[in-house]
Design a protein around this ligand. Sequence first.
Ligand SMILES: [Zn+2]
Length: 126
Amino acid sequence: MFPWQLFASAVSIVLVAVLSVSGVVTPQGYYHGMMVFESHVRGVGFEFGGLAVAETQLVYQPQHEYGHYLQEKMLGNMYVPVIGAGSVVGNIALLLRIPLAYKQISTERWADELGGVIGSGYGFVE
Ligand SMILES: [Zn+2]
């Protein structure tokens, strides 16, 4: 698991550094050990290698990304294919305006459950 985490964190540091220099994100703080960067682009959010980009004014987003952080700890190097697949499907559906809500993607619902979004009054509550 450790080599994967080191690789994921290295990739994420480079990605967040590029986004930071571009003004897309700014450092925000920590959320349960996860480093959080404020996203200045609507709808842009992710977690990779212990670094998360989220719109922090949306209370559920850091919670949701924390759910992904926990998924990454559980799945190790399977995080990208398993969670990434759901994310790609969701984003393609959004771009094509297919009525597939993120809450219908089981891996995204799982992130909400792990992060504490469900039941908090925010996010994918039915
Ligand atoms: Zn997600």
